[in-house]
Design a protein. Sequence first.
Length: 561
Amino acid sequence: MSSNKETTLKSRSKDVTEGPERAPHRAMFHAMGLSDEQLSRPQIGVASSWNEVTPCNIHLNRLAQFAKQGAREAGGLPIEYGTIAVSDGIAMGHEGMKASLMTREAIADSVELVAFAERFDGLVTIAGCDKSLPGMVMASARLNIPSVFIYGGTIMPGTFHGKDVTIQDVFEAVGAHTMGKISSNELKALENVACPGEGSCAGMFTANTMASAIEALGMSLPGSAAIPAIDERRNRVCVESGKAVYHLLKLGIKPRDIITRKSLENAIAVCVAIGGSTNSVLHLLAIAHEAGVKLKIEDYDRISRRTPHLADMKPGGRYVMVDLDRIGGIPVVMKELLDAGLLHGDALTVTGRTVKENLKDVVFATNQDVVHPVKSPINPTGAIVVLKGNLSPEGCVVKVAGVKNLRHCGPAKVFNCEEDAFAAVKARQIKAGDVVVIRYEGPKGGPGMREMLALTAALVGEGLGDEVALLTDGRFSGATHGLMAGHVAPEAAVGGPIAIVKNGDMIVMDAAKRRLNIDLTSNEIKKRLKKWKAPKARYTYGALAKYARYVQSASKGAICE
């Protein structure tokens, strides 16, 4: 039924297609219209997170057809299946956001389980919204079968009053509307144009950050991260990705050959050079865990200290992903870093070639200011930093791109959930100089580490973005900017020091010195912690309760064990 070469490539799918005892299995395949000739081919799963709940994913079913075309033309049998995803934008600012980070694990689990059960030889994964990107790569790392990741692509920016706008502008406009700075009609007009079609949020928010990181990691084709969702080139990327999996099968290259310490350091370097999302810290730690690579939160900061901030991207900068695409995309950033000795050029990629080999013909465009050269960076160090101190012994994460004041000292305004903090912002109870503390929103305490773009955007919209600091054991959207410390660990729900902060306590956040401290003696902190009692679980059944039982610290990537 198969040649020896084909049988070798069918190292797993032979379990369901070869020999007389597999006649019942073949009968099931025949029921789906597959011939004996097709069943003689290596089987390549094509997993996407297509759905109708978000513009990030609305087109992924179309992209899957192009990926299948490529796999078929190369000699494989593509078999399509799906997984879940939620819209972070639509889930933002209410209880539903608790589910967002959890979907990363559900996506990884479901993609893994189908590929494991069906005995696929290779895998193409396609994703759009934030958690679906790392979830797909985590599944590939677990399965360790030849795999290529495809990003759904960025949305085009909207146009409002002659300027590019994104979903970030709409969230910030809510705060401006609360202050009476814009009318209801202006808010509605912005709402109607900010998101003009399919694709993931336009700035260097979490989806675009992770697409960039995965390209730098070597798990997607070079130059593919920045291509817009509506661009014809994205269809071609899908075809070539389908072919690439078959090529990897022939070469015997698997995800754990690609996802190594060196490639993860490359991904981190790119993230901090492009002003990427703080969520990339969680996700790269989780990917490393699934690939069996030892990576710590301290490694992220170490690499950020040596890597310059090069790309002037929203939310802290001026440009969106399509602007980066116009000047050559992520390969331009990588070539600058490589030439400066800041990337591992010998790291393997899904092309079967090394990073250095992939970038050999990339030329840095000089007539642009989207990406600065290494010799004249936006900042000499990276845009994401890790702070530690008596309020965050395990660390917390701050994005410093576009932040005017890297040090803030002020009195705490303490809230035990996002809703209470947002109500205080709307009621204008937050004043310049305050340090807003939001706790019990961590991986276990939330559960789920809600993103707080609605809250942070409201502060910016009210004109307080540079006048207050915020810290939380929850997360921030990639669109958040300002002096905002997220992922504070240990979290409040497990007795981290953030649990004992009181209104009026003086807090010092110093991003330059990498410190987050409360002005209390160690004895006073211990005294307060002895009196602290763990709150009752917020959810006692269902997926949220299960997640809270198994999720680990944010400093470990909020992995589930």
